[in-house]
Design a protein around this ligand. Sequence first.
Ligand code: PAF
Length: 286
Amino acid sequence: MTELVRQRDQLERIRALWRRAEEPVAFVPTMGNLHAGHYRLVERARALAPRVVVSIFVNPTQFGANEDYLRYPRTLEADLQGLRALEVDLVYAPKVTDLYPLGVDQAVRVEVPGLSEILCGASRPGHFAGVASVVLRLLFAIEPAVAIFGEKDFQQCALIRRLVVDLNLPVALERVPTVRDPDGLALSSRNQYLSVEERIRAPVLYQSLQAVAEALDQGRRDFPVLERKAVMQLEQAGFVPDYVAIRTEETLAEPDGRLGPVRYRILGAARLGATRLIDNIGWPAV
Ligand code: PAF
């Protein structure tokens, strides 16, 4: 049975029972409006621990003033149906005041310097401090043995890893590959903002990253040139690109072109109409 819990004290009661029974928890944090990408994370969680908790919380502190916090799709009933089918044990869907009892404006925040300011952080100031802060609150509340994140938000994965390592948090992290539509578009709750015509063009983001990967396959290492070419490909398709960047996978640092077994991540973010899309792929392909 899937239990829907909206308050911290209810959560703590159930958590205490599981702790006594020595049943570890795998945790999937989400903002709801679940799709096949989220369900893949839940399946992974199911394989990792006897108890699975999913949080559904549209976190106000990770949205900028002009972003889509108010119109972000909230579909709790449909989400619950999907999570019941996957036999999730508990869905934690708190009110803002449950997670931020002293209010959002004066809420204590954690910063992850460096990683928060680059790539998506450059155009979304404050976003990653909001993400790190809410994930920390959720980890304290749920006390999972393992937490599962999707690779689609690759920078977020790197940021959470730094948070966990630097604060020595007792949780393992698991990364799950991006789920794509048949034409390559990475699944995202924001895809539904696209018009029919924009949706047809949207896979160009993935294609532009693949083109960079192909050039790396051919031995090219002129990273800035490859990045500029991808940006131009996006512009020609009517996107307004934020960036296309080739980074070392471990640290998201700019690669220095050294030979050796380096894994890269090719990341991109671009606006298509009013919708901001992000995507990334690993190189070499596994
Ligand atoms: O990836 C998301 O959906 C969110 O950033 C997260 C991790 C649930 C924090 O609000």
